[in-house]
Design a binder for this molecule. Structure first.
Ligand SMILES: Nc1nc2c(c(=O)[nH]1)N[C@H]1C(S)=C(S)[C@@H](COP(=O)(O)O)O[C@H]1N2
Ligand SMILES: [Mo]
Length: 332
């Protein structure tokens, strides 16, 4: 499959939206029943900026979203409706129920937001989202998304390759893995208040350097052509489409280049159930359930919509080479 990435140094591409881009975006908004709701033209702006916040990133992001380009590798499977993508969520900082993230994030403030870059790189420090977003053109990518709990979706994310971002920090040769952290703020995340959860915060995830640099690994800033809602990990979340959903960490505030594989949240909680790699694999079952099939959303009790799960979530051709020498049963 062809993976085409836009040259990040192309000047001012976000100021021009071609007619074809516009119509192709309209095509999938329409397919998803978005037209006529008045949502296609005006992108959603998450919770208002705190008084006095000076960040201009939301304006920058709107301009980039309007100029985003369709990625040629998108799956043409039927999209999971926006309604399901934004109300059936896992985001334990907001609670463990599937509707807790939507219910408990209505006042979530995303502005101001800083991302700390640390560890084995020449260019480290604290960055604004404008700094993070500035040189990157956005792509609309429809990916399959498979949770380890055996449900799945097809989602039109908007983002840019994580690798393009990481390169800008000039990682050194001792950068073997990348470690990510989600925001810790008990005022904004109710489950982080004392005694409310068994997870020790922050939520941590990690990738091997070659996985992080792989062109399919996406830094996500939007969904369905609009900025992310808090329940989907605003303002910035990862999407690694060949891995179980828990690798795709939300609301990122720290990225660190490290030498050793980071201890991830789910490994800490249940090491025999959740591994570091977490590649989607129908041949390796979770100890408490089969991974051979998945419920494709939307579904219902009467129509569970089971479909077979594919190795590497259907991205085998693109990513299998990363694991040539590895026993995937041992490194699950
Ligand atoms: N910080 C954080 N990131 C997270 C989670 C979480 O609880 N906290 N849940 C993960 C899991 S288990 C899944 S399946 C996906 C769900 O993403 P979605 O709600 O946007 O579909 O987010 C992942 N990222
Ligand atoms: Mo998940």
């Amino acid at each position: 499959m062809l993976i085409r990435t836009k040259n990040a140094s192309d000047p001012k591409s976000f100021e021009i939206t071609s007619e074809t881009d516009y119509w192709s975006r309209r095509r999938w908004l329409k397919a998803a029943g978005f037209m006529g709701l008045g949502l296609a033209a005006s992108a959603h702006v998450p919770a208002l900026a705190k008084a006095g916040a000076s960040d201009q990133w939301q304006t920058m992001l709107q301009r980039k979203l309007a100029a985003s380009e369709d990625w040629p590798g998108s799956t043409d499977e039927k999209l999971t409706p926006y309604e399901d993508v934004t109300t059936y969520n896992n985001f334990y900082e907001f609670g463990t129920g599937k509707d807790d993230p939507e219910q408990n994030s209505k006042d979530f403030q995303v502005d101001p937001w800083r991302v700390e870059i640390a560890g084995a790189a020449r260019n480290t420090g604290r960055f604004t989202l404008e700094d993070i977003f500035r040189p990157h053109a956005l792509e609309d990518r429809v990916y399959r998304f498979r949770c380890v709990e055996a449900w799945s979706m097809v989602v039109p994310w908007v983002g840019f390759p994580l690798g393009e971002l990481l390169k800008r920090f000039e990682p050194t040769s001792s950068a073997r893995y990348v470690r990510f952290e989600t925001l810790v703020d008990p005022e904004r995340f109710p489950a982080q208040r004392l005694g409310r959860s068994t997870i020790s915060w922050p939520y941590v995830e990690g990738l091997r350097m070659d996985e992080a640099m792989h062109p399919l690994t996406l830094m996500v800033v939007g969904v369905y052509g609009k900025t992310l809602l808090p329940q989907n990990g605003a303002p910035l979340r990862l999407m690694v489409p060949w891995k179980y959903g828990f690798k795709s960490i939300k609301s990122i505030v720290k990225i660190e280049f490290v030498e050793q594989p980071p201890k991830t949240t789910w490994q800490q909680l249940a090491p025999s159930e959740y591994g570091f790699y977490a590649n989607v694999n129908p041949e390796v079952d979770h100890p408490r359930w089969s991974q051979a099939r998945e419920r494709r959303l939307p579904n219902s009790f009467w129509d569970p919509n089971w479909i077979p799960t594919r190795k590497f979530n259907g991205y085998e051709e693109q990513v299998a080479a990363l694991y040539n020498d590895m026993n995937l049963e041992k490194y699950y």
